[in-house]
Design a protein around this ligand. Sequence first.
Ligand code: KG4
Ligand code: ZN
Length: 338
Amino acid sequence: MIVLGIETSCDETGLALYDSERGLLAHVLHSQIALHAEYGGVVPELASRDHVRKTLPLLRGLFQQAGVGPRQVNGVAYTRGPGLIGALLVGAAIGRGLAWAWQVPAIGVHHMEGHLLAPMLEPEPPPFPFVALLVSGGHTLLVRVDGIGQYRILGESVDDAAGEAFDKTAKLLGLPYPGGPALARLAERGAPGRFQFPRPMTDRPGCNFSFSGLKTAAINTWRTLEPTVENRADVARAFEEAVVETLAIKCRRALKATRLKRLIIAGGVGANRRLRERLREVTAELGGQVHYPRLEFCTDNGAMIAYAGWRRLAAGQREDTAIEVLPRWPLDSLPAVD
Ligand code: KG4
Ligand code: ZN
């Protein structure tokens, strides 16, 4: 079974073809970074319009790369939410339109389930059950995963998501959009240990997160300093260390509470090198194992949507012809797949 995946929830147009027999056939991505850079963040209406312009030309390139044609596609999966409503509607309308034209079933995929299943695209996919740390621009979630659609939320952010904290702090430090990767690059040059920022909510039981205070700590420190490259790098380093250490403490807690040994990390912040290293150490200390998607599948992409869509279509789930997208959509409301 070959499934076309379409991701348009935010500022990336991602398309992929996943074959249940041969695995991922091809994937293509167009990033809107250049389009939004001059505004310092994503402009939703510009994002929607760019998805309209890019999706079909990208689709042609995808088929060429994969060496298959539209008639070989057996199902279409698109991101149904959560995300920007206009951007979601573009992928949903195109996805449903193609499925109707090709007379194949369609399914709307939960964006965070896509992220959560992205490690399944790697050569050694993690077996269930496991704990998932989902860290993106919009969400920070710790989830117990017993199967597809069998999700128990162990903890979430009470304010900013981890990626959002990276982006906002980067902006306050004067770094260009998209701030997260720029801040991480700068932190590489920073001196460890010069500043110590709090590890929020680690002194309380549970696995919830709070990141908004960290950005205030970082900016208050930055304002007392000469605006030199070294000072900026040292603040970035301390901020990154505080986020990474906080996430590591909560992951350890979640693994201990569930008595599970396996951790998966997904979502854009999962591309952070220091976070990947730290969580490898934490799981090794507990005698467990950590799984990540390859770097390009940490951030938004069509491959994860094609994969998640395939798992649900293969289980017989499909939608009727009404198009509905969900800007907000709780992950633990999804139906299970046996
Ligand atoms: O999953 P994603 O591509 O989109 C959402 O679903 O939100 O995640 C994007 C987020 C952004 O906040 C971005 O700054 C962050 O992931 N990010 C990083 C890194 N690469 C991307 N944050 C820290 N370090 C990185 N290397
Ligand atoms: Zn995402």
